[in-house]
Design a protein around this ligand. Structure first.
Ligand code: KG4
Ligand code: ZN
Length: 351
């Protein structure tokens, strides 16, 4: 039987609710972005995020239910799911507790969803033809403002972390570079746009480091050194470069942005290539806000094609934080049901 699930997501700076049926059919997806509230600070302020989620959550849930069913009719859903981690504690608490409230009041089961597993599930939204049998075992790259993880999964929810960033996430690296260049927040979209203004031969006129993690760096069991990445040195290299060569015009800024972006893209593509070479995967899934990046999509498509593994990107509407990925994952049978009402949020929920 195909489940219809209301999903709620408030792990960072988006207040989102959605209704999804059978893992892939999106009946509604409503996202309120707080970006303008955080822009003056150059990053997400947890206290502001939390207060804004509290203000918006009720209206966003009602909008998602009304768009899906014409009214807020709880009898139409089989369960309510929400992100319980990882994320910012004061932000997570709002969505998780709203979902608990709905679960109790409407008498519907509650499902606890791992935010990163949902990012990888997002490739299936709007694509009922992507059946589980054809996707697993799967290699996944979840790449956002808070995470950069290389994940192997034998089945949905059965994930093993192969490696990840040991410091800044890729999106954070974009955001910090934009801040340093005075380009505003968030940095990824503006760096992507400026880099596109250059002809291909000017894409990489500066050499930035590819974030290798040395073999003697201590890592948790199971993580592979060459599948981990460090982006903090890249940011330092940028600051040093800009100090020595202050940009004179827009084209100089574009060259810096582009070379920086190329370094991030190559760093991720190198690791993806290694992982695809080592493992036996039926598919490669890419999700998270940074997966909107045009050059990253190009590079990862090239790597996957060369390794003969089909690559799936989330549709643009489902790359950044959204609730369709939460509802979708839960309506495909993922997440924790047993004892979910007693579960607390987990801001650093491991993979
Ligand atoms: O998944 P997301 O919406 O939120 C988190 O869970 O973090 O990702 C936000 C991140 C930001 O760091 C933003 O700069 C980055 O995604 N981003 C991009 C692009 N669009 C958004 N990075 C590179 N290129 C883009 N086009
Ligand atoms: Zn996210």
């Amino acid at each position: 039987m195909s489940l219809t699930v209301l999903g709620i997501e408030t792990s960072c700076d988006e207040t989102a609710a959605a209704v999804v049926r059978g893992g892939s059919e999106v009946l509604s997806s409503v996202v309120y972005s707080q970006v303008p509230l955080h822009r003056p600070y150059g990053g997400v302020v947890p206290e502001i995020a939390s207060r804004s989620h509290i203000e918006k959550i009720r209206g966003i849930v009602e909008a998602a239910m009304t768009q899906a069913f014409g009214s807020c009719d709880w009898s139409r859903i089989d369960a309510v799911a929400a992100t319980y981690g990882p994320g910012l504690a004061p932000a997570l608490l709002v969505g998780w507790n709203a979902a608990k409230g709905i679960s109790i009041a409407a008498g519907k089961p509650l499902v606890a969803v791992h935010h990163m597993y949902a990012h990888l599930h997002a490739v299936r939204l709007g694509h009922p033809e992507l059946r589980e049998e054809a996707l697993y075992p799967q290699f996944g790259l979840a790449v956002s403002g808070g995470h950069t993880c290389f994940i192997a999964s034998d089945a949905p929810g059965s994930c093993r972390l192969l490696g990840q960033t040991i410091d800044d996430a890729a999106g954070e690296a974009f955001d910090k570079a934009a801040k340093c260049l005075g380009l505003g927040y968030p940095g990824g979209p503006v760096i992507d746009r400026l880099a596109r203004t250059l002809p291909p031969e000017e894409r990489r006129t500066i050499d930035f480091p590819l974030g290798r993690v040395s073999a003697d760096h201590p890592l948790p069991e199971g993580w592979q050194h060459d599948l981990c990445v460090s982006f903090s040195g890249l940011k330092t290299a940028l600051i040093t470069y800009v100090r020595k060569h202050p940009p004179r015009d827009e084209r100089d800024v574009a060259r810096i942005c582009s070379a920086y972006q190329e370094a991030i893209v190559e760093a991720l593509a190198l690791r993806a290539d290694l992982a695809l070479k080592r493992g036996r995967y039926r598919s490669f899934a890419v999700g998270g806000g940074v997966s909107l990046n045009g050059r990253l999509r190009e590079a990862l498509s090239g790597v996957a094609q060369a390794r003969g593994v089909p690559v799936y990107f989330a549709a643009p509407a489902y790359c950044g934080d959204n609730a369709a990925m939460i509802a979708g994952y839960a309506s495909a049978g993922g997440g924790i049901r047993e004892g979910a009402l007693a579960l607390d949020i987990d801001p650093s929920l491991p993979i």
